[in-house]
Design a protein around this ligand. Structure first.
Ligand SMILES: *Cc1c(COP(=O)(O)O)cnc(C)c1O
Length: 234
């Protein structure tokens, strides 16, 4: 039987070889995406050595933070953010990957407790230019990045994207390259960044080849998501 621990070891070795083969000489971190997974599965991953987890839904995340309160987890928020959620996100997470509007960044900054380190932030970029998609358009990115760097309780670390889903490797590559270009352009304009959050279960090898420093992996680690089961546990 394949356990979470086996899958974690497999993923880590794929990450390692992709990292060695990458022209970008970056170090890649695995972010375990635990939305719709049980606290028990997360505990299993934790004991296998995975200490960084990402959640999409605030209420679900807060419940798991209580259930896993005895563990030293680093919590990342990667879901869409509504204004009324910013306070609890600012209080309960180390990183947020999904900021795409100044208003949300300001609210996170205002709500970040003084006794915590700055909230580590990635701006989500809409590289596929889909109208329905979250993320700032590349042409509006620098203005948003400039405004965010003025907020003292946020630390801008880099960029995140969720490309249009495709199993076509060329299409995956094109979108990752676009995010990398946005990143390079900010670096050229003097921003100090170190994070490219891109790549999920189906495309993380390609993302690493294109310079990803954080890959966000859910189903390849935990198995398919079953929201119905999650509801039963509440
Ligand atoms: C769900 C999710 C992931 C993980 O997706 P998998 O395909 O299960 O690896 C990564 N990033 C974001 C923003 C997600 O919402």
């Amino acid at each position: 039987m394949t356990t979470i621990s086996n899958r974690l070891q497999d993923i880590l070795s794929i990450i390692q070889s992709a990292q060695r083969a990458s022209q970008h000489h970056q170090t890649v971190k695995l972010l375990a995406v635990s939305k719709a997974q049980t606290a028990q599965s997360m505990r299993e991953a934790y004991h296998a050595g995975q200490h960084i987890f990402a959640e999409n839904y605030l209420q679900e995340a807060l419940e798991k933070q209580v259930q896993l309160g005895d563990l030293d987890v680093e919590w990342h928020f990667i879901g869409p953010i509504q204004s009324n959620k910013t306070q609890l996100i600012a209080q309960n997470f180390s990183w947020v990957h999904s900021v795409d509007r100044l208003k949300i960044a300001q609210r996170l900054n205002d709500a970040r407790p003084e006794n915590l380190p700055p909230l580590q932030l990635c701006i989500q970029v809409n590289v596929s230019h889909e109208e329905s998609k979250s993320g700032v358009l590349p042409e509006a990115l620098e203005t948003l990045a400039t405004a965010i760097t003025l907020l003292p309780k946020l630390q801008l670390r880099g960029l995140m994207a969720i490309p249009a889903p495709t199993l076509d490797e060329h299409q995956q590559r094109v979108q990752f390259k676009q995010l990398h270009q946005c990143y390079d352009s900010l670096l050229e304009h003097g921003f100090s960044l170190d994070t490219l959050s891109m790549g999920m279960s189906d495309d993380y090898r390609v993302a690493i080849a294109e310079g990803a420093t954080i890959v966000r992996i859910g189903s390849a680690l935990f198995g398919a998501r079953t929201y119905a089961k999650q509801e039963d546990l509440r």
